[in-house]
Design a protein around this ligand. Structure first.
Ligand code: MCN
Ligand code: CUM
Length: 794
């Protein structure tokens, strides 16, 4: 059949009604989540499945003298007891980390942090496995613990990584970037130099669902299937292929619904590897479920970085240069998941929003007897630390120069006509309207009015403070020139299959953990093709079906996979256009497009809908054109996307107790074009809540013996609706010039930019008392000490 003219052209489709760009579409995945119908790895039950439990070290640092497993073997129902020694005979005692270090799978020589995996039991049920683990007898010879960089770098510090040939101290790396000579010159010429020393404490991503795996090796087919809590299934497949020396096509990693990730599910954990080996040995499926304490003491930490930061200025407040010296505590193994090229992640994205001519960063990483990790909890490869340090340095600099914080930022922020802007450490930012966002935030909070109120309040002994945080951050690694993990380039992918009825299946190399990809990805297709979003189903996380991708972290999904989706949809549209030309009996050049419909340029009433073109792809294709309507796109972004945020917070501190309350928090976010405003706001609210958590109550700390304090949710606090302030959200939209739909990432912005707003506010409330810093978490006793003695508290 061919297309008959209609009397008049149909009315244009309403993109919002279709669920396209800008539609606050309700999250489709919530249909199953709120009904308890989610499919988490713990819901998977395989025939003959065995259960694994891991024995963890009670000591932070100790030599293993012996491990006696005989009592565990005697317990009925025990199938396997594994130690590092048993693994070592298969060359699996150690595994590579994502940062080119090595990590013990099960400890053989020494334990190097409390909670380290020492042995594992596989049994008929989880209770037997737990009992049997306690029957394993390990004889330890204690060694001195090392719980911070100062101890690690002391002359008489014990050598933690004595397993590594040529390692003579506890230094992981020394890395520097920037123009050292230029920076020194600028400091020499400066009128004012401001200096702060800060610590960004260790935090934990604490998703509601901890980690786990079900490994299922089928000897008859040689295929290994692993249900795994991972944000990056294809990276795990590559790692397993490397570690277990299995061929890639025989490995299938399935990441089902995840109960939150927040970076916790990026690393490859020893217990994953042990579960896989156990399944190969037992020839049965083996399941490992991490308990809460195991998760809190041993997996995927973030932060733990010290800064000595300096800003050189002219006396009018213009920044001339910055110097940053960081020391990061990586625990016993350098296991950060981050681009290989950059030893301290993207710390050098600091000051990207400011016009700073010279900068130099010297970063030192050290080993301690603490759990590894390093990049997690909405960190975007240490951008969290970079922006926190930057915004704390900026506030101190404004104070030291005697200039109002808002005016100081206005003076130094990059101007609208200055894009693309080369940052002091060499990135190129894409777009922004920083002044507009800052002004909106200040207007909404009534900045001038608050300053008057604050001055009045001070006279009566009330402590009011206002804190600002303005930042742009790099989201969307990578471009393949600069970004790789273990040599695998950081691009991403989408595969779009359009069925004959105009319904479609979309798969990507990303992996949602709660961000709502099933909802938002369909909206991109709806925007590109005019198909209703409800007609598009989204699948992620199965390496046997999803196109190869690097997974979801560093808020890279929208910038990279999201771009791939638009490009795949455009390929589909290009083919549909050929089919439409055939149906309309005109040449392709005469075919025009409006949302959801092709029509003849000279006769707009003659057209075919996208659905009609889809049907024809299977039933009436032109000669010489392949049937079907599918496309795959691998997208290698030309640049990162650079969203901007201006956060302003007001607080009141109780001078009697040090308890501080957030009075108001205004957030202006510019993440370019918003695919789904409702989801974006949810991401910002969640991110601000995490920022508030770190600023007010969370840190993973260690006692002098290296015991992890914070092994449960009584000690490691999660803010509830009771403590969490109300967030006042506003937007500015500056599209990314290089992203196909102008979108920038947003998932981590609020956690990256948020903390400094709280700390700046508390410090501002105390500045007239001589206080320049209170380290996070700003627990009441710390704040009280600062205000009662007029001192910095770290
Ligand atoms: N979005 C949008 N318009 C934009 C940008 C984003 O509508 N301009 C939508 C996206 O389509 C997506 C969501 O917002 O549904 C987040 O997108 P993006 O910023 O691309 O971030 P990712 O999808 O890559 O998510 C990763 C990011 C990270 S790194 C952490 S950590 C984190 C976070 O997301 N973990 C989360 N948010 C989380 N939210 C939940 N619920 N659970 C987690 O584990
Ligand atoms: Cu660094 S936490 Mo997120 O990038 O998965």
């Amino acid at each position: 059949q061919t297309a008959e003219p209609r009397p008049t052209a149909p009315p244009p489709l309403d993109e919002i009604k279709l669920g396209g760009l800008g539609a606050s579409r309700r999250r489709v995945e919530d249909n199953r989540f709120i009904r308890g119908k989610g499919n988490y790895f713990d819901d998977v039950v395989l025939p003959g499945m065995l259960h694994m439990e891991v024995l963890r070290s009670p000591m932070a640092h100790a030599r293993i003298k012996s491990i006696d497993t005989s009592k565990a073997w005697e317990i009925p129902g025990v199938r396997l007891v594994l130690t590092g020694e048993a693994l070592a005979t298969r060359n699996l005692g150690w595994m590579p980390t994502l940062s080119y270090d090595t990590q013990a799978v099960l400890a053989t020589d020494k334990v190097r942090f409390q909670g380290q995996e020492v042995a594992a039991v596989v049994a008929d049920d989880p209770y037997i496995a737990k009992d049997a683990v306690t029957a394993i007898q390990v004889e330890y010879e204690p060694l001195p613990p090392v719980v911070n960089p100062e101890q690690a770098l002391a002359a008489d510090a014990p050598l933690i990584r004595d397993d590594k040939l040529g390692q003579e101290d506890n230094v992981v790396f020394d890395w520097e970037v920037g123009d050292k000579a230029g920076t020194e010159r600028a400091f020499d010429e400066a009128d004012v130099v401001s200096r702060v020393k800060l610590h960004y404490p260790r935090s934990h991503p604490s998703p509601l669902e901890a980690c786990g795996a079900i490994a299922d090796f089928d000897r008859s087919t040689g295929k290994l299937t692993v249900y795994l809590t991972t944000q990056a299934p294809h990276i795990v497949r590559a790692a397993v292929a490397l570690i277990a020396e299995l061929p890639e096509h025989q490995i299938r990693i399935i990441s089902p619904d995840l109960g939150g990730g927040f970076g916790n599910k990026v690393p490859v954990y020893p217990s994953y590897v042990v579960a896989i080996l156990a399944s190969i040995l037992a020839e049965r499926p083996v399941k490992w479920v991490e308990d809460r304490t195991g998760n809190l003491i041993s997996t995927g930490f973030g932060r733990d970085v010290y800064l000595d930061g300096q800003v050189a200025m002219r006396k009018d407040g213009k920044i001339l240069a910055v110097k940053m010296n960081t020391t990061s505590d990586h625990g016993a193994f350098f296991a950060d998941a981050q681009p290989s090229k950059f030893k301290i992640g993207l710390m050098h994205s600091a000051f990207a929003a400011y016009d700073v001519p010279y900068a130099h960063l010297a970063a030192r990483g050290v080993y301690t007897t603490k759990a590894p990790g390093g990049v997690a909890y909405r960190c975007s490869f240490r951008v969290t630390e970079a922006m926190f340090f930057q915004e704390r340095m900026v506030q101190a600099a404004a104070e030291d120069a005697g200039i109002d914080q808002a005016a100081f930022r206005r003076l130094n922020l990059v101007k609208d006509d200055d894009f693309p802007h080369r940052t002091p450490y060499g990135f190129l930012t894409d777009s922004g309207q920083y002044g507009k966002a800052l002004d909106l935030a200040l207007k909404e909070i009534d900045y001038e009015g608050f300053l008057v109120e604050q001055a009045e309040a001070r006279k009566r002994g009330r402590l009011l403070g206002i804190g600002i945080s303005t930042m742009t951050e790099p989201l969307g690694a990578g471009n393949s020139r600069e970004y790789d993990i273990l040599g695998i380039k950081m691009f991403d992918s989408a595969e779009l299959r359009v069925h004959m009825t105009g319904k479609a299946l979309l798969r990507t190399g990303a992996k949602t953990q709660g961000q709502g990809h099933e909802t938002t990805w369909a909206q991109i297709v709806a925007h590109e093709l005019g198909l209703p979003a409800d007609d598009i189903v989204v699948e992620e996380g199965d390496t046997d079906t999803a196109p190869f991708g690097m997974g979801t972290y560093a808020s890279r999904s929208t910038p990279v996979a999201g771009a791939a989706i638009a490009m795949a949809a455009r390929k589909v549209k290009a083919k549909a256009r050929k089919i439409a030309a055939h149906l309309l009996e005109v040449s392709e050049e005469d075919v025009e497009w409006e949302l959801g419909r092709f029509y003849v340029r000279s006769q707009p009433s003659r057209g075919v809908t996208i659905q009609e073109a889809c049907l024809a792809a299977y039933s009436n294709m032109p000669d010489g054109l392949e049937p079907g309507l599918e496309a795959v796109s691998y997208y290698d972004p030309p640049n990162l996307t650079w969203p901007f945020a201006a956060y302003v917070c007001t607080v009141e501190i109780d001078p009697e107790t040090g308890v501080w309350d957030v009075l108001r928090f205004v957030a202006v976010d510019d993440c370019g074009v918003r695919i789904n405003p409702l989801i974006v706001e949810g991401q910002i609210q969640g991110g601000l809540t995490e920022a508030y958590a770190m600023a007010s109550m969370q840190f993973i700390t260690f006692d002098a013996d290296g015991n992890c304090v914070g092994s449960n949710f009584m000690d490691y606090l999660l803010p509830t609706a009771w403590e969490t302030p109300g967030w006042e959200l506003h937007e500015v939209v500056t599209p990314s010039p290089h992203h196909p739909i102008g979108a920038k990432g947003v998932g981590e912005c609020a956690t990256v930019g948020g903390p400094a707003a709280f700390v700046n506010a508390v410090v501002n409330a105390l500045s007239h008392l001589g206080v320049r810093n209170v380290d996070m978490p700003m627990l009441p006793d710390r704040v009280y000490e600062a205000l009662s003695k007029g001192v910095d508290v770290s």
